[in-house]
Structures are given as structure tokens and as C-alpha cells.
Write a protein that binds this ligand. Structure first.
Ligand code: ACO
Length: 382
């Protein structure tokens, strides 16, 4: 039966539907807890680094020293994209939204990988590692071209997050900038069955290749109800402009039933644990500049929690991340691609996990249209 025609319950947005099982990450929306493979993300953000977290997500355990060295070496060896990718970014990246350029570049990566049609799991893993390794250089190059500057090649002496910062901003980060960048990537590395992860799984479930799955995920992340909210949140805070203006402007937005970007979450009904960590860094990094932005955000948070906290609406990961990237020197349009650099490990790990026990995704739709059969009237008689 193609369409369901009786009247079963429709799970709009698949809300509450358990579509797969996983060992990778756990979100407790009531307790405000997020863990990767059993490790609290707060502990990982304090004590680990992105390469180690990426290994943990991909292979299920913290690496030994030897495994760590091998993984880091592999990522560094593969970190430089082919010349054709840089050429593409130069060609389209100055005027296209960075998320569109990223989606196109990742799709294009398949053209120089002989494994692109393979359904073999080992090849899928190879493509995943290639994507994890190259995404910082690709997003870095997109940031440079979008801001009218020269592309910077990877520095293989630098760690993953520091290298990403360097290729994007053009200077090597100081230890604190490096720590903040690393933390932001860790906090974005995985997050349950969110829309972009789900879309990657749908694609991999057809036995398509990893480049196709990640291209799909990037397209899904672009939307302003998902990854695109960080860009919109910063613009909103900037447009509110001062703590004093917040009350009136929020009231106007709420009256017009506008969603306040960076608030609310499908799963968290308490403070997003990632937002808590990012808020501390936003406080730190705006001490010298952008203090007004932080104070405005704080006032918005206070007003929103007073008004909507009882409905489970609190700041999410996107509310403070944009402010941090802004203070680090990133352009607003690159915020969502930064999210993708962090999330690549989660997308890849979950796609491989799903492919290892694959079942084609194929839900049903409740048909509410005309059942007919209607009489076909030729076009000149209508
Ligand atoms: N501002 C104002 N009101 C809100 C907000 C918000 N940001 N979020 C939810 N609400 C209200 C809704 O208007 C609705 O009110 P109602 O019951 O009176 O109709 C109620 O809270 C429930 O909201 P839904 O949108 O139905 O909840 P859902 O679980 O579908 O939404 C979502 C989650 C899409 C994230 C929503 O909170 C939202 O649009 N937030 C703003 C966009 C955003 O920040 N997205 C980033 C999410 S995190 C991420 O993707 C990484």
C-alpha cells in the first residue's frame, strides 16, 4: 500500500518517533545532559581535544597513545584539498552563501575519489576520514574567499582546531583562541537524531556513498531552524542593539509571533548544556571588545527565560556560539559552516554505524487528497 488512507496518527516532523538505535551519543533533554559514547560532553570539552573526540565518535573508545598518533597523522596527511576544490571555491565562493559553497565543494570531492561508487564499508570509512580531514581547509578557504582574501594552505604542525582557525583567520591562534575553537568544535560534534544527521542516514540507507550523505546533511544544516540559527541569532542581538532596548523589541517580535533565534529546542526543555559552556567563553572573549553584544544577549536571555522558561524555552547552542565566532574574527555567514566542521565526525560516525546494520528509510504519508478517479479533461477544454 503506497499511501495510508485510514486515519492513523501522523507524527508531524517525526516528533517522538524512534527511527534507529545507536551507541554514539545520548541527549537527556530533561536533565540537560549530552554525552558521546558515555562521556559527558562537559568533561570532554574541558579535558579532551577535537581529534580525540572524533576518534571516540568514530571508533567507540578513547584512543590509546598509539591510536591517537596514527589518527592525528592520518588527518594531517589528508588535510589539504585537491586543487580543483580550491579552484571551485575561488570561482563561486565570493558571492555564494558559504553553506551553499560548502555543500557544492563536498559534493565535488567525490569527483576525485575512486571509491565514490563503492558500497563497501571500509571504503565508506575511508571517505569519512577524508571528509573529516579536509573540512577545516575547505571551510577555511571558503571564509577567505568570501571575505576577499587569499586562501591559506594547512599547517601540518597545528592541531585540528588551531589549523582551522589559522586557515580561516590568517594568524596562528593564541592558546586561549585555540582552546575556544577546539571547545566549539567538540560541542558541535554530535547531537542525537537531529535533522541533518537524520538526512545523512536517509541517504546512506540507500547505499549511496559518504560524500552524498554528507552533502545531504550540509543542505539540511543550512536551514534557520537548524544550524542557520546561529547566524540569525547574532544578527538579532546586533539589531536589538543594547540591553535597554531588549524588552521593547522582544515584546514587538513576540506580538508578531516571530521565533526568537537561539532559543528553544526539540529535545532540551531545560538550559542546553552546550550553551552553558559557550556562554562562559562568550563572557570571557567579549571582555575586551563586543561587551555590549554580550550584555544585550544576557538581557535577552533573562527576559526570554522569565517569559518562556516555564514552557521549556531556554538558550540553545546557537545563541552564544555566533558571538564567540564574531569575536574570534569570523564573518557571520561562516557560522553554520563552522558548525559543519564540528559535526562532520558525528555525521560520519552515525552514517557508518547505520550502514553497518542498514535498513532503507521509507516512511509512509497519510493521503488527504482527492481519491478520484477524476475525469481527465484535455487541456484545450479546461
Ligand atoms: N521563540 C519564541 N517562541 C518559541 C521559540 C522561540 N525561539 N521556540 C519555541 N517557541 C514556542 C512556539 O511558538 C510554541 O508556542 P505555542 O505552543 O504557543 O504555539 C512552543 O514554544 C513550541 O514550539 P515549537 O516550534 O512547536 O517546538 P519545536 O520543538 O518544534 O521547535 C525549534 C524547536 C524549531 C528549535 C524552535 O524552538 C525554534 O524555532 N527555535 C528558534 C530557532 C533555533 O534557535 N533553532 C536552533 C535549534 S538548535 C540546533 O538546531 C542546533
Amino acid at each position: 500500500m503506497e499511501n495510508v488512507t485510514d486515519k492513523p496518527e501522523v507524527h508531524r516532523g517525526l516528533e517522538g518517533v524512534i527511527a534507529a538505535s545507536t551507541n554514539i551519543g545520548y541527549v537527556d533533554g530533561q536533565a540537560g545532559m549530552l554525552s558521546y559514547r558515555g562521556f559527558d560532553v562537559k568533561t570532554l570539552a574541558e579535558q579532551s581535544n577535537y581529534e580525540e573526540v572524533s576518534f571516540l565518535l568514530m571508533y567507540g573508545h578513547l584512543p590509546t597513545e598509539e591510536e591517537y598518533k596514527k589518527y592525528v597523522t592520518k588527518l594531517r596527511e589528508l588535510s589539504e584539498p585537491d586543487a580543483n576544490i580550491y579552484e571551485l571555491i575561488r570561482k563561486i565562493g565570493a558571492k555564494t552563501h558559504p553553506m551553499s559553497t560548502l555543500r557544492t565543494a563536498v559534493s565535488y570531492m567525490a569527483s576525485s575519489d575512486s571509491r565514490e561508487n563503492s558500497e563497501n564499508l571500509q571504503d565508506q570509512e575511508g571517505m569519512a576520514i577524508n571528509l573529516i580531514a579536509k573540512l577545516p581547509a575547505i571551510v577555511g578557504a571558503i571564509h577567505r574567499v568570501y571575505s576577499g582574501r587569499d586562501i591559506i594552505l594547512p599547517d601540518r604542525e597545528l592541531g585540528y582546531a588551531a589549523n582551522f582557525f589559522y586557515m580561516s583567520i590568517g594568524t596562528r591562534p593564541d592558546p586561549m583562541e585555540s582552546k575556544i575553537m577546539d571547545t566549539a568544535l567538540i560541542l558541535h560534534a554530535d547531537h542525537g537524531m537531529n535533522a541533518s544527521t537524520f538526512s545523512a542516514l536517509v541517504t546512506i540507507s540507500t547505499l549511496a556513498d559518504m560524500y552524498s550523505a554528507i552533502t545531504t546533511a550540509i543542505g539540511t544544516l543550512k536551514g534557520s531552524l537548524h544550524g542557520g540559527a546561529n547566524e540569525r541569532a547574532l544578527r538579532m542581538i546586533q539589531s536589538i542593539g543594547s540591553p535597554e532596548a531588549a524588552e521593547e523589541k522582544l515584546k514587538n517580535m513576540m506580538e508578531k509571533k516571530e521565533k526568537i533565534m537561539g532559543f528553544g529546542h526539540r529535545v532540551y526543555k531545560v538550559y542546553d548544556p552546550r550553551a552553558k559552556i559557550l556562554k562562559q567563553y562568550a563572557d570571557y572573549i567579549t571582555q575586551k571588545n563586543d561587551r555590549n553584544l554580550y550584555l544585550t544577549a544576557n538581557r535577552i536571555e533573562e527576559l526570554m527565560i522569565n517569559k518562556l522558561g516555564s514552557k521549556g524555552i531556554f538558550p540553545n547552542v546557537d545563541f552564544y556560539s555566533g558571538m564567540i565566532y564574531n569575536a574570534l574574527g569570523f564573518k557571520t555567514e561562516i557560522f553554520t559552516p563552522i558548525f559543519a566542521v564540528g559535526r562532520i565526525s558525528g555525521w560520519a560516525a552515525r552514517s557508518l554505524e547505520y550502514a553497518g546494520d542498514n535498513k532503507l528509510f521509507r516512511p509512509k504519508a497519510l493521503y488527504t487528497g482527492e481519491k478520484g478517479p477524476l475525469k481527465y479533461v484535455p487541456i484545450h477544454e479546461r
